[in-house]
Design a protein around this ligand. Structure first.
Ligand code: ATP
Ligand code: MG
Length: 455
């Protein structure tokens, strides 16, 4: 409907938010919404398991809804009209809403009232009957239909305000981004990895990404395509979405000189995982994410995936492991990455693809072949030459020069949130933050000597 939207009512999946940390999740959700829609938390009000967003002057309600559709944790989004907690005012508001539907050609309706404020003197079934009857009188074009009406007028009664709405727009569901920590996605220009990244974001993790290119063999166009994919994921990210771009050209050349052709791709993947792991460590990401699946192509075997084990010091998530290609494409279309992914620019792996890649790779052989290579040197060189980009909803994708600034900027909101939590939550966070200190200490130690993960 085209009327000006002043308020939006959002609901989240209550079951997902229980687990004893609901307050923390709701706070995070409020903060995430504020960052995605671009106005302050002061405009977002929490009432009994729901949020009401007051659109400030100068902001467009429909545009705000488009942004909310990318906010993980939201189940349903509805533009609302407010009435006073008074039956006559509720009825008049319902009538005006019904008239708008008639103008759209709708013919059948029902009313569903919900009394969150039990002090309100009239019970929900009676409100349904009373308001339904008065709407019929005032708008004779309409008839009541309980099953599958053209529209439903929902009336939610709280102590101060009553909200009426008839449009339910689906949110992406999942958990508020960031409640679960951070993960580093290995983002290629293909169809799978953006979907893997999106599914990870959906489970409440903040995601950043690393992309490997073989400049000058893969050109600017491929890089631009990956940056566009990163931006697409970044549009769902309340915190800036980082993209590191690392060159693997030198590594590929070294592999071509020393490694049997059938092992080129697998060995390159080991380097990718190793480099991503180091960058993840630097930026304190707890897990790596890839778009690996099983059996979609001949080389996606359990043995080949096993060749990537023991290389990274953190977990590797493979959210697509149980998906077939059709299911992945369906999600890629839904999240608007499919059209970007199918642009035909070459990937570094396709360019250096062996004619007969190994289908049952052996991990011990990979390790043996690596002894012939300066693994640490090649990894360090690729990382030292990395380019950093970040996507924010305000500025889009921009190049970032100072890596240290990138880390600090992303850490600060998490810390300020810890400070304003209830004491019992602080206790839980204290354990987490102690653990993360330990993590950093270990990281420093491993950087200054023990390099066994890289050998
Ligand atoms: P995708 O569609 O994500 O490229 P794919 O089906 O083509 O996946 P592979 O090319 O075998 O599968 O790659 C498996 C995973 O390895 C990718 O999903 C991605 O996570 C990672 N990967 C491959 N190539 C790159 C790259 N150039 N940069 C970053 N990650 C990569
Ligand atoms: Mg690929």
């Amino acid at each position: 409907m085209s009327e000006e939207i002043k308020k939006i009512y959002v609901r989240y999946d209550e079951v997902a938010l229980k687990r004893g940390s609901r307050g923390h999740f709701e706070k995070k959700l409020k903060k995430n919404i504020s960052r995605l829609v671009g106005f302050s938390q002061g405009h977002i009000q929490r009432i009994r398991g729901r949020l009401v967003i007051n659109i400030p002057d100068g902001h467009d309600g429909r545009e705000t809804i488009e942004r909310l559709k990318r906010c993980f944790g939201l189940a349903k989004i509805s533009p609302v009209i407010t009435a006073k907690p008074d039956l006559e005012d509720i009825i008049q508001t319902a009538i005006s809403l019904a008239k708008k539907h008639v103008a759209l050609g709708h013919k059948t309706f029902k009313i569903e009232a919900r009394r969150a404020n039990k002090q309100f003197p009239i019970r929900s079934p009676e409100i349904n009957v009373e308001a339904g009857g008065r709407v019929l009188e005032a708008v004779p074009e309409l008839t009541v239909q309980v099953r599958k009406p053209d529209f439903v007028i929902r009336i939610e009664i709280f102590a101060k305000d009553v909200y009426l709405f008839s449009e339910d727009i689906a949110g992406p569901g999942g958990l508020p981004t960031g409640v679960g920590g951070r993960a580093m996605l290995l983002l290629s220009g293909g169809i799978d990895s953006p979907v893997a990244g999106w599914l990870t974001q959906k489970r409440g993790l903040h995601v950043d990404a690393v992309y490997f290119h073989s400049f000058p063999f893969t050109g600017e166009k491929t890089k631009e395509k990956v940056k566009d994919l990163a931006s697409q994921l970044g549009r769902s990210s309340p915190d800036p979405f980082r993209l590191a771009v690392c060159s693997v050209t030198k590594i590929q050349k070294a592999l071509q000189e020393t490694v049997p052709e059938a092992y080129w791709t697998i060995m390159l993947r080991r380097f990718m995982v190793r480099i991503a792991d180091k960058i993840a460590q630097e930026h304190r990401h707890f897990a790596l994410v890839t778009g690996d699946a099983l059996g979609q192509v001949a080389s996606q075997t359990l043995e080949n995936l096993d060749c990537l084990e023991g290389v990274a010091s953190r977990m590797i998530f493979r959210p697509l492991i149980g998906f077939d290609k059709k299911e992945v494409i369906e999600i890629a279309r839904k999240i608007d990455t499919y059209d970007l992914s199918i642009q035909p620019y070459p990937d570094c792996c396709t360019l250096f693809a062996p004619s007969h890649p190994v289908t049952r790779g052996r991990r011990e052989l990979c390790e043996k072949l690596e002894r012939e290579l300066d693994v640490d040197g090649l990894v360090a060189e690729s990382i030292a030459g990395k380019e950093l980009h970040k996507h924010t909803n305000k500025e889009g994708m921009i190049r970032v020069e100072n890596a240290a600034e990138v880390i600090l900027e992303q850490d600060s909101p998490e810390q300020s949130e810890t400070n304003d939590q209830a004491p019992e939550k602080n206790e839980a966070n204290k354990v987490n933050s102690d653990e993360s200190k330990l993590d950093v200490t270990l990281a420093v130690k491993s950087d200054s000597g023990n390099q066994d993960e890289a050998s």
